[in-house]
Design a protein around this ligand. Structure first.
Ligand code: NAP
Length: 258
């Protein structure tokens, strides 16, 4: 039996597709999200198609007690993890002064605190094995300020900084940490974030399946930073050259909710 990979946010989009890629590569899986019906459907599909073992765990990861319970339950399976994929996350498009604090707080809890807490809980087990993979899903939003999505962009900058730092700490241990930075991608994210009409999401977007396949390879090969797509790589590089005011002005235009 293969050591499992735990994937958060596996009920849709990039996380769902990552689960499909990992199962096709013969990894057992622990799938986590709030919509358990979707996780159970995916479990049935993947077990039938690939002969792997899949566990599901319903959790709202904004809650610290729930995260600890998830860890304790995962330990009780007596299946040491091979990988941890911190993928669950969401954004919301709105001028900051008008935002609902509870929503912004939940975003911070999920995008940053849950990712950090789960890494802290599971990393010692991976390190003790001298082998393991961590994949943290950030975004190209990590490289620049994002007017009308200020908290989301800042949360992804945190994911990038945090993951690059632990990747360095882990060098030579057999455990690697990869930051995946997708650009705009087809998934439920856009509707959840109420970004339907913004220029940034116009045109043909890569599918979640494409991004997941790319992210899986980056995780498996222990790449530290994986920016999906040539254009996104060029843009990420350009953000290091341009003043942040110009970048903020550009994003303000591209994400104008009006
Ligand atoms: N799509 C894009 O354009 C894009 C670009 C760059 C980065 N990303 C990042 O990619 C990651 C995946 O997003 P996606 O595009 O695949 O969006 P998505 O289709 O909306 O998927 C988000 C996943 O997160 C889960 N989730 C949301 N809130 C949760 C909570 N409180 N507790 C547990 N799970 C929760 C959702 O499951 P439940 O609702 O069932 O809980 C869902 O499975 C996110 O971190 C996002 O920031 C997306």
């Amino acid at each position: 039996m293969a050591k499992p990979i735990l994937i958060t946010g596996a009920s849709s989009g990039i996380g769902y597709e990552l689960a499909r890629v990992c199962a096709a590569k013969q990894h057992d899986l622990i799938l986590v999200a709030r919509r358990e019906d979707r996780l159970k459907d995916l479990k049935t599909q993947l077990e039938a198609a690939h002969g792997v073992q899949v566990w599901t765990y319903q959790a709202d990861l904004t809650d610290a007690t729930t995260r600890q319970q998830l860890f304790d339950w995962a330990q009780s399976l007596a299946q040491p993890l091979y990988g941890l994929v911190n993928n669950a996350g969401f954004g919301h498009l709105e001028p900051f002064a008008k935002t609902d604090w509870d929503k912004q707080n939940a975003m911070l809890q999920l995008n940053m605190v849950a990712l950090t807490h789960l890494t802290r809980l599971f990393l010692p087990g991976l390190a003790a094995q001298g082998q393991g993979r961590i994949l943290n899903v950030a975004s190209t939003a990590a490289f620049l300020p994002g007017p009308y999505m200020a908290v989301y962009y800042a949360s992804k900058a945190y994911v990038l900084s945090f993951t690059e730092a632990i990747a360095s700490e882990l060098e030579g241990t057999g455990v690697t940490a990869t930051t995946l930075c997708p650009g705009p991608t087809e998934s439920e994210f856009q509707d959840q974030a109420q970004m339907g009409n913004v220029e940034l999401f116009s045109g043909k977007l890569p599918s979640s399946a494409e991004v997941a396949a790319y992210g899986y390879e980056a995780m498996e090969t222990g790449q530290r930073l994986a920016i999906h797509g040539v254009t996104n790589n060029v843009l990420a590089f350009a953000t290091r050259l341009l003043p942040s005011k110009n970048l903020a002005d550009l994003m303000k235009k591209l994400q104008n909710p009006a």
